[in-house]
Design a protein around this ligand. Structure first.
Ligand code: AKG
Ligand code: FE2
Length: 204
């Protein structure tokens, strides 16, 4: 484990290739039940470049009218989200350092050209719980800084199987994904990157 900054822990290659493949199968099952959809920014309705779905009792969604929020149902199918795969709950218990289980797992799919702007994860009521993030497939350039948008940032390349935990002092750190490196992994059938973030949403 490497401490990248206060509260930002990095576990390179936490999952070996066989575990990564098993996680991809888990996520394929999730996506079959809860298809990836196109999220849109609040107010402007501008579409994000990342495709999203969730598993867990709650899922993070965004659209023009409703903005950023957690809800119990898929925005398109209106069905409840599938449950969080066991191996992700185990990951949380290993690295999360928090007594309650996660309620949401946001699944982000990045195509070759997708990115995610610098932001804080701040829609959770429970900011004592960490955010635990898993990278699968192509590598990406991940940027993180401090708790103010203008704080100095650092960049690291995240590869398939890597895990990052934003907790404690690092929980509200600004972070984002500047670019994908297409073709740097053979884990997925095609190019692209999957990111999973486990989150505790409610206080209890
Ligand atoms: O894809 C990543 O590594 C980060 C994703 C993220 O920050 C988020 O979903 O809030
Ligand atoms: Fe985030």
């Amino acid at each position: 484990m490497l401490l990248l900054a206060p509260g930002i822990r990095y576990f390179p290659e936490h999952f070996d290739p066989a575990e990564q493949a098993a996680l991809v199968e888990d996520i394929r099952a999730v996506v079959t039940e809860a298809p990836l959809y196109v999220p849109a920014m609040p107010k402007t309705g501008k579409e994000m470049s990342v495709r999203m779905t969730n598993c867990g009792v709650l899922g993070w969604v965004t659209d023009k009218e409703g903005g950023y929020r957690y809800q119990a149902a898929h925005p398109v199918t209106r069905r409840p989200w599938p449950s969080i795969p066991q191996r992700l709950l185990e990951l949380w218990q290993e690295v999360g350092d928090f007594p309650l289980l996660p309620e949401a797992c946001l699944v982000n799919f990045y195509s070759d050209t997708a990115k995610m702007g610098l932001h804080q994860d701040r829609d959770e009521q429970n900011l004592n719980a960490p955010v635990v993030s898993v990278s699968l497939g192509d590598a990406c350039l991940f940027r993180f800084g401090g708790t103010n948008r203008n704080d100095k940032t650092q960049s690291i390349k995240l590869s398939s199987g890597d895990v990052i935990v934003l907790g404690g002092e690092g929980r509200m750190a600004f972070h984002g994904v500047d670019r994908i490196y297409p073709g740097t992994s053979t884990l997925l059938k095609n190019t692209g990157r999957i990111n999973l973030t486990l989150r505790r949403v409610t206080a209890s």
